[in-house]
Design a binder for this molecule. Structure first.
Ligand SMILES: Cc1ncc(COP(=O)(O)O)c(C=O)c1O
Length: 393
């Protein structure tokens, strides 16, 4: 369970913007600070400072969280970074097709890298429609795949603006049939809802530590299934990705003036000096989440969004966006207020240390509330009460 002061933020701020950034619990701030101090005081060559081992421990923890093997977990800097690794590294063939939903329903991070690569390599980018909640048109997707087998579908697991959880499993099934691979942007689900990557059936998945996992910023996660790792060409070179060979006496890296051998697994997608502190923070964040239990987290989040919707529904002039079925909603409730500008409402709430976000769906501005398990029903009530007051002003 969480310690009373883990989310000390609750003492000062009514923070309901977890879809943008999850606050780092005090215990994790302390753990990462202690690690950084130990590192700074000893340097990277000290036998007393744990470094690469933390990477592998954290890889195991991530694998446990999403139900894959550690060899399928790659640490990135951000979600965007992970998507770019796939878009830039994919072994594109001339006739490959990229299938996306329209840009208003996909985060730009999962749109622009595909647009860039399609332009550069002259690939066939197809934008499929979706309904008002963002649900993809599966029939259209199947037609597009059938018409031209081979390529990638990239899709959010849940919409950052409407909160709808999408049926990515059906897309993954279609993809297998027509030789496509699927990238799922799970920014808005991992850490908020139980997510099992094998059950989703996708080939690549991206998410970050800094949103629903409440880890420090600067760490993203890219899952690439073992079966598809050979399809992704890596860029960048680093001693850490070289195979090590032993002659029985000495261990040395397998490279010469003419050639080198890269070790298998996730390492070739990571290079340079590592974010050791971020990885320690991510490990501690997953451990904390595991102590609470992701089912408990999801249950609490559903209660909070149910209350949010119920209270907002009672305010004249407020229209709530997104699906009614809470099973198909992540912990995001977006709404509009007749005659009011979202950015102004959000700014006014901020003056009272209530933190929401102004976002958009296409050209339309919206207000987004995204509570997490450490938030309370009282916080939702006081936020909605203040919205009522502000509307009257
Ligand atoms: C659905 C979704 N995808 C991608 C991103 C981009 O994340 P990052 O800044 O880590 O690349 C966000 C950030 O809000 C997001 O909500």
């Amino acid at each position: 369970m969480i310690e009373a002061d883990d989310f000390a933020i609750n003492n000062t701020t009514n923070y309901l913007n977890n879809a943008a950034f999850g606050p780092v619990p005090e215990s994790i701030l302390n753990d990462t600070h202690a690690y950084l101090q130990e590192y700074s005081h000893n340097g990277p060559d000290s036998p007393f400072v744990k470094k690469e081992a933390y990477f592998e421990e954290t890889r195991n923890a991530v694998a446990g969280l999403i139900g894959c093997s550690p060899e399928e977990v790659i640490f990135t800097q951000s979600i965007t970074h992970g998507i770019n690794i796939i878009a830039e590294g994919y072994s594109w063939k001339e006739n490959d097709r990229i299938i996306l939903r329209e840009s208003s329903k996909e985060h730009v991070a999962n749109f622009l890298p595909w647009l860039k690569i399609a332009k550069e390599k002259n690939l066939d980018l197809q934008i499929t429609g979706s309904d008002e909640f963002g649900n993809p048109d599966l029939q259209k997707i199947e037609l597009l795949m059938k018409e031209k087998p081979g390529g990638i579908v990239a899709i959010a697991h849940a919409l950052y603006n409407l909160g709808t959880v999408l049926d990515v499993e059906s897309i993954a099934l279609l993809a297998k049939k027509y030789s496509y691979t699927v990238l799922v942007d799970a920014a808005q689900t991992v850490g908020c809802l139980p997510v099992n990557v094998k059950a989703l059936g996708c080939d690549y998945m991206v998410f970050s530590g800094y949103k629903w996992l409440c880890a420090p910023p600067g760490i993203g996660i890219l899952y690439i299934s073992k079966e598809t790792q050979k399809l992704i060409n890596y860029y960048g070179m680093d001693v850490r990705i070289l195979e090590a060979i032993s002659d029985g006496v000495q261990v040395k890296l397998n490279f010469s003036n003419d050639d080198y051998t890269v070790k298998p697994g996730p390492y070739k997608f990571e290079n340079g000096f590592r974010n050791y502190t971020g990885v320690v923070g991510l490990l501690k964040a997953i451990e904390l989440l595991n102590r609470v239990g992701i089912s408990e987290v999801a249950k609490k989040n559903k209660e909070l969004i149910a209350l949010t919707i119920q209270l907002l529904n009672d305010i004249p002039g407020v229209s709530i966006l997104g699906v009614n079925d809470l099973a198909k909603r992540t912990s995001i409730v977006s709404f509009k207020i007749e005659g009011k500008k979202p950015s102004e409402i959000v700014a006014k709430l901020h003056n009272y240390r209530i933190v929401l976000a102004a976002r958009e769906i296409g050209d339309e501005s919206i207000i987004r509330i995204s509570p997490h398990y450490y938030n309370t029903k009282e916080q939702i009530e006081s936020c909605v009460n203040l919205i009522k007051e502000i509307i009257k002003q």
